[in-house]
Design a protein around this ligand. Structure first.
Ligand SMILES: Cc1cc2nc3c(=O)[nH]c(=O)nc-3n(C[C@H](O)[C@H](O)[C@H](O)COP(=O)(O)OP(=O)(O)OC[C@H]3O[C@@H](n4cnc5c(N)ncnc54)[C@H](O)[C@@H]3O)c2cc1C
Length: 407
C-alpha cells in the first residue's frame, strides 16, 4: 500500500455497520447519551428512502421515536390503528386492540422512519459515511476491533472502536464473523411467498385486513390517502413481470370476495415485488467485541409485522448496556444482551410463524387441514381470550422494561 493510500483513521467508541433503522436508532440514542459512534452504510440515503418495506409500528417503537427526539412526524403523520380485521368465509372479524389489551399500533412507513432517523442523526452531528464499499470487519475477538471501507469519494478509511455493532441486515457479513463452532443458525423457509404491490388508489378499509380464502391469503394495507400496499400469496418462484394489472386485481378481488359484497378500490399499480418467507435466528447475538442488532441477528416472515419492531427492541436492550459500559465501566448488561434480546426474538418468531401458518393455504392441503385452520381462526376471533392473545402479540408485549431516552 502506498503512503497516499494509507487509510484515514476514525477513532470512536462504537462502530456501526449498516445505516438502516437498527443502526441509525442505535447511533441516535448513543449520541444523545454522549457515547461517540460512527456509522457506515453501503447505500445512499435516497435509495434507502425509496425502498418500501415495513409499515406497522408497535406503540413502544413509536414512543422511542417520539420521546428520544427523533421526530414527532410519526404521531402527526402516522395513523393509529386501534384494531385489525381478520377475514375468512368472506366475512370480516374485527379485533379491537384497545378493547383487548389497551394498546394500538401505528401505520407509518419504514422509509419515513429511516428518513426521520437520518435527518435526526445529521442534525445532531452523528458521523455517517454513506455509499461506502469494500466493508471489512477485523479483530472482533480482541478489544480493538476495526472496520475498514472505501468511502464515497474512493478513499480508504478505518474505524477503530471498542465495540462493533453489526446492523447490516438479513445478509449480514458481520454475523459470519462469529465462528461456526460458536454460532447456531436456526432457519426455516416457507413454501409460499407474497406478491406485493403499491398502487394509486384510495384506502379500501380503515384498518389492515388479513384475508384467508380458498384463493389463498391476501393482506390489504395502506400507505396514505392516495397510495395503498397489498399482497397476495404466491409461489416463491413467481416472476412479477408475468402478472399484468388485470390479473393482479382479479386475484386480489377473489381473495377478498364474500357474501357481504366487499370490493377493493383499484388503481394504477406502480410497484410489484415477490417477497420470500424465512424465519432465522442467530445465537448468540454477541461475540467478544461484536454485537448484532435487527435483521443481522434474526429475520421473520412479514405476516406478524415484527421485523422492524424487533430491531427497535434489540436497541432498547443494547443502548443502555453500552451506556453502562462506557459511562460506568459496567459490562454486565452487555454480557446479558444476547440472552435478554433473544427472549423477545423467540416470542416474535413464534407469533410470526403461528400467524403465517394460520393464514396461508399450502399447495395440496387436505380438507382436514383447511377446516382445522378455519377452526383456529374462529377460535381466535370468537373469544375475548383469543382476541387478547392476538392483540397482545401484535401490538407488542409490554414486558420489556422501557427506558425513556429523552435528550
Ligand atoms: C416487504 C416487507 C414488509 C415488511 N413489513 C414489516 C412490518 O410491517 N413491520 C415490521 O416491523 N417489519 C416489517 N418488515 C421487516 C423490516 O423491513 C426489517 O426487519 C427492517 O428493515 C430491519 O432493519 P435493519 O436496520 O435491521 O436492517 P435493514 O433495514 O436491512 O438495514 C441494513 C442496512 O445495512 C446496510 N449494509 C448491509 N451490508 C453492509 C455492508 N457490508 N457495509 C455497509 N452497509 C451495509 C444495508 O444497505 C442496509 O441499509 C418488512 C420487510 C419487508 C421486506
Amino acid at each position: 500500500m502506498t503512503a497516499d493510500r494509507q487509510p484515514q483513521i476514525v477513532r470512536t467508541q462504537v462502530g456501526i455497520v449498516g445505516g438502516g433503522p437498527a443502526g441509525l436508532v442505535l447511533a441516535h440514542l448513543l449520541h444523545g447519551q454522549g457515547i461517540d459512534c460512527a456509522v457506515i452504510e453501503a447505500r445512499d440515503p435516497e435509495a434507502i428512502r425509496n425502498t418500501h418495506r415495513a409499515g406497522i409500528l408497535e406503540s413502544a417503537t413509536v414512543r422511542m421515536l417520539a420521546d428520544s427526539g427523533v421526530d414527532g412526524r410519526v404521531l402527526s403523520e402516522g395513523h393509529e390503528h386501534r384494531g385489525t380485521t381478520l377475514r375468512f368465509d368472506g366475512e370480516n372479524h374485527h379485533i379491537d386492540f384497545q378493547d383487548a389489551v389497551g394498546h394500538s399500533v401505528w401505520l407509518y412507513p419504514q422509509n419515513e422512519v429511516f428518513w426521520d432517523l437520518a435527518r435526526a442523526c445529521e442534525r445532531d452531528g452523528v458521523r455517517i459515511f454513506w455509499s461506502v464499499s469494500d466493508t471489512g470487519v477485523h479483530d472482533v475477538e480482541t478489544q480493538d476491533p476495526r472496520i475498514t471501507f472505501t468511502d464515497a469519494g474512493g478513499a480508504p478509511r478505518e474505524i477503530q472502536a471498542s465495540i462493533v455493532v453489526g446492523a447490516d441486515g438479513s445478509r449480514s457479513m458481520c454475523r459470519k464473523l462469529i465462528p461456526d463452532d460458536v454460532r447456531q443458525d436456526h432457519f426455516i423457509e416457507y413454501p409460499f411467498a407474497w406478491f406485493g404491490i403499491l398502487c394509486e388508489a384510495p384506502p379500501s378499509w380503515p384498518e389492515l385486513i388479513y384475508a384467508n380464502s380458498p384463493a389463498g391469503f391476501a393482506l390489504i394495507s395502506q400507505r396514505s390517502e392516495t397510495v395503498q400496499r397489498m399482497y397476495f400469496q404466491c409461489d416463491p418462484e413467481t416472476d412479477p413481470e408475468d402478472w399484468d394489472d388485470r390479473a393482479i386485481w382479479a386475484r386480489l378481488q377473489e381473495c377478498l370476495s364474500g357474501p357481504d359484497g366487499f370490493r377493493l378500490e383499484e388503481g394504477r399499480i406502480f410497484d410489484k415485488t415477490v417477497l420470500r418467507f424465512r424465519s432465522y435466528v442467530c445465537e448468540p447475538l454477541r461475540h467478544h467485541s461484536l454485537v448484532l442488532v435487527g435483521d443481522a441477528g434474526h429475520t421473520v416472515p412479514p405476516t406478524g409485522a415484527k421485523g422492524l419492531n424487533l430491531a427497535f427492541c434489540d436497541v432498547r436492550v443494547l443502548a443502555p448496556a453500552l451506556v453502562a459500559l462506557f459511562r460506568d465501566g459496567d459490562g454486565s448488561r452487555l454480557a446479558g444482551y444476547s440472552e435478554q434480546a433473544l427472549q423477545r426474538v423467540w416470542k416474535a418468531q413464534n407469533f410470526s410463524y403461528w400467524v403465517t401458518k394460520m393464514m396461508h393455504a399450502r399447495d395440496g392441503e387436505s380438507a382436514f387441514e383447511q377446516k382445522r385452520r378455519r377452526g383456529e381462526l374462529a377460535a381466535i376471533t370468537g373469544s375475548p381470550y383469543g382476541r387478547a392473545y392476538f392483540a397482545e402479540s401484535y401490538t407488542g408485549w409490554q414486558d420489556q422494561k422501557y427506558v425513556r431516552y429523552a435528550n
